[in-house]
Design a protein around this ligand. Structure first.
Ligand code: HEM
Ligand SMILES: [Cu+2]
Length: 540
C-alpha cells in the first residue's frame, strides 16, 4: 500500500497519475470514461432543465405568456429529447456503471477498454448532432417522433433523429462491454451468487440495450429515409402505415424505461444495504426480479397503443402483462423495506434519496397499473395523468437514484466529502419540490388537461401555477447541489478510505482508486454487504 504523506489516500490515483487534457481525452481507464460520461449527462440534465423551466413559465397563464405556440411545441420536444436520450438512458449505466462495475468485480478495467472510449465519443457525436438540430431550428414532434407528422414536419427533425440513432450505438457498445466484463473478468471468489445486485441490474439493462436498441435504430432510420427519400413506410398518403411506427417505437421504448429504472433499482439496493448495515433480504429474489422485469418488459409495449385502433383483446393482453411488472417491482420494494427493518440505520443523504425513491416509485408504479387498465386509460391517455405517471418514475424515482449514487460514490470517485447539512437541505428541497411539481399534474390530467397543449381553461390555472412553483424549487435544489459538489472538489475535507463503512466490494479499492483499481486482484471471501465481518480488506 503506497499512501500519500499524512493521508489515507493512495499516493497515485486515477486522477493524478496523468493530468494532461490529452491523457483524459485518450484515456482507456473505465473510471475516467465514467467521469466523462458523468459530465456529459449532467450537461444534458442542465439543458433539459432549462427547457423544462421555459415550459413551466409558459404555462403560468392560460393564454400566451412568454413564447409563441410553435416555440412551445419545440420546447417540449427538446425537453423530452434531451432528458430521455441524452440524460436518462446513459445516466446511471454509462456514468456510474462504468465507474464502479469493474471495481465491484475485482477487475482492472472493462473487457474492451478501447471500445469503451469509442462509446463515449459516439455518445458525444450523437449528442452534438442532436443539439445542433435543436439550435438550427428545433423539432416539434415530441420526443416520440410519431408518424405521419414527423415525416412531414417542416422543422429540423432529421438531424435530431440521426443524433439519437448515433447515440444508440453507444448504448449497444456499452451494453456488450458490460456483459462481457461480467462473464470474463470476475476476480477469484466472485461466484455468480456473490455478484453485487448493482452489477446484476446493469447486466439486465445491458441485455435490453443490446436486444432492443437495434429496433429503435431501424425505426429512426426509416423515418429519416421517409423524410429525405420520400419512401412510403409510415405515411398513409404514400401507402405507409403510421401504426407500424408506434409498434416499432414502443417495442424499444417500453423496455427502454427499464434501461432507466433497473440500474436505479441497483443503486437503491447498494445504498439500502450500506446504511442499514445489513445484507439485502432475499438476494436471489431481488436478482431474479431484475430479470423478470427485463423479460416481461419486452411484451408490454402495446399499453401505449390502447387508442391506436388495436384490438380490444390485444389491449387486454398487453394490460395484464404490464401489471406483471408491478409484481416484480413489488418484490424489490418489499425486500428493501425488509432490509431496512431491524437494520442499524444511518440516515445519511443517499439514504434520504432512497426513501424518496421508494415513496415516489410506489406512486409511479401504482398509477402505472391504473393506466395499464384499458377502461381507465381511454380517459387518461394523452393527458397530464400520463405525464405525471412517467415523471413520478423517471424524475421521482430514477433521478432520486441518480442523486443517491452521486452522493454515495462521490467520496469514492473524487476522494472528497461534501457538506452534509447543505446536502440534506438540497435533498429535502428536491423531494418536496418534486411532489409540488407533479402531484397537481395527476389532478390536471384527470380534469382533462391534454399533454403538449399551449393553452388551457382558466379553472386549471392554480394547479399549473403550483406545478411551476414546484419546478422552481427543484431548480433551486439542483443549483445547491452543483455549488456544494463543485466546492467540495477543491475545499471539501479529504474522504476517509471508506467514507460510509460500507461492505460493498467497490470499497476494496482506494478512494479515489489507483489507476488499475488494485495492485493485486482481490479475493472475495465473504458475501457482498456482509456486516458481520470486522473489516474490509483493501487491495491497492
Ligand atoms: C408498474 C409498472 C408500469 C406500468 C404498468 C406502466 C404503464 C404505463 C402505461 C399503460 C402507459 C401508457 C399510458 C398512456 O399513454 O395513456 C405508460 C406510459 C409511460 N410510462 Fe409507464 N408503466 C410502468 C412503469 C414505468 C416505468 C418504470 C417507467 C420509466 C422508467 C415508465 C415510463 C413511462 C413513460 C415514459 C410513459 C409515456 C410515454 C409517452 O407517451 O410519452 N413507466 N406506462
Ligand atoms: Cu410502457
Amino acid at each position: 500500500m503506497n499512501l500519500a504523506a499524512g493521508s489515507n489516500q493512495p499516493a497515485i490515483t486515477y486522477l493524478n497519475h496523468e493530468t494532461t487534457v490529452r491523457s483524459w481525452l485518450l484515456t482507456r481507464d473505465h473510471k475516467r470514461i465514467g467521469v466523462m460520461f458523468l459530465v456529459g449527462v449532467i450537461f444534458a440534465l442542465l439543458l433539459g432543465g432549462i427547457f423544462a423551466m421555459a415550459l413551466r413559465i409558459e404555462l403560468l397563464t392560460p393564454g400566451p405568456t412568454v413564447m409563441a405556440p410553435m416555440t412551445y411545441n419545440r420546447m417540449f420536444t427538446l425537453h423530452g429529447v434531451t432528458m430521455v436520450w441524452l440524460f436518462m438512458i446513459p445516466a446511471i449505466p454509462s456514468a456510474f456503471g462504468n465507474f464502479v462495475l469493474p471495481i465491484m468485480l475485482g477487475a482492472k478495467d472493462v473487457a474492451f477498454p478501447r471500445l469503451n472510449l469509442a462509446s463515449f465519443y459516439i455518445y458525444l457525436a450523437g449528442s452534438l448532432l442532436t443539439v445542433f438540430g435543436m439550435l438550427w431550428s428545433g423539432a416539434d414532434t415530441g420526443w416520440t417522433f410519431y408518424t405521419p407528422y414527423s415525416t412531414v414536419s417542416p422543422t429540423t427533425v432529421t438531424p435530431i433523429l440521426m443524433g439519437v440513432f448515433i447515440i444508440g450505438f453507444s448504448t449497444i457498445i456499452t451494453g456488450l462491454n458490460f456483459i462481457t466484463t461480467v462473464h470474463t473478468l470476475r476476480a477469484p471468489g466472485m461466484h455468480w451468487t456473490r455478484i453485487p445486485l448493482f452489477v446484476w441490474t446493469i447486466y439486465g439493462t445491458s441485455v435490453i440495450q443490446v436486444v432492443a436498441t437495434p429496433v429503435l435504430g431501424m425505426v429512426l432510420l426509416l423515418v429519416a429515409a421517409e423524410r429525405v427519400l420520400g419512401m412510403g413506410i409510415f405515411d398513409p398518403s404514400r401507402g405507409g402505415d403510421p401504426v407500424l411506427f408506434q409498434h416499432m417505437f414502443w417495442f424499444y421504448s417500453h423496455p427502454a424505461v427499464y434501461i432507466m429504472v433497473l440500474p436505479a433499482m441497483g443503486v437503491i439496493t447498494e445504498v439500502v444495504c450500506a446504511y442499514s448495515r445489513k445484507n439485502i433480504f432475499g438476494y436471489k429474489m431481488v436478482a431474479a426480479s431484475t430479470f423478470g422485469i427485463a423479460f416481461v418488459g419486452f411484451f408490454t409495449w402495446g399499453h401505449h397503443m390502447f387508442v391506436s385502433g388495436q384490438s380490444t383483446f390485444g389491449s387486454g393482453v398487453f394490460g395484464v402483462l404490464s401489471m406483471l411488472v408491478a409484481i416484480f417491482t413489488a418484490i424489490k420494494i418489499f425486500n428493501w423495506v425488509a432490509t431496512l427493518y431491524g437494520g442499524s440505520i444511518d440516515l445519511k443523504v443517499p439514504l434520504l434519496y432512497v426513501l424518496g425513491f421508494i415513496f415516489l416509485l410506489m406512486f409511479g408504479g401504482m398509477t402505472g397499473v391504473a393506466v395499464a387498465t384499458t377502461s381507465l386509460d381511454v380517459h387518461w391517455h394523452d393527458t397530464y395523468f400520463v405525464v405525471a405517471h412517467f415523471h413520478y418514475i423517471m424524475v421521482g424515482a430514477v433521478l432520486m437514484a441518480f442523486l443517491a449514487a452521486l452522493h454515495y460514490w462521490w467520496p469514492k470517485m473524487f476522494g472528497r466529502l461534501y457538506p452534509e447539512r447543505w446536502s440534506f437541505l438540497a435533498a429535502m428541497t428536491i423531494i418536496f419540490g418534486f411532489i409540488v411539481t407533479f402531484l397537481p399534474q395527476f389532478l390536471l390530467g384527470n380534469m382533462g388537461m391534454p399533454r403538449r397543449y399551449y393553452e388551457y381553461p382558466r379553472e386549471m390555472q392554480w394547479l399549473h401555477v403550483l406545478s411551476t412553483a414546484g419546478a422552481s424549487l427543484l431548480a433551486f435544489g439542483f443549483g445547491l447541489i452543483a455549488i456544494y459538489l463543485l466546492w467540495s472538489l477543491r475545499y471539501g475535507a479529504e474522504a476517509p478510505v471508506n467514507a460510509w463503512g460500507s461492505r460493498g466490494y467497490e470499497w476494496y479499492s482506494g478512494s479515489p482508486p489507483v489507476p488499475h483499481n488494485f495492485t493485486e486482484a482481490p479475493r472475495f471471501e465473504r458475501e457482498v454487504h456482509d456486516y458481520t465481518v470486522a473489516e474490509v480488506p483493501r487491495v491497492y
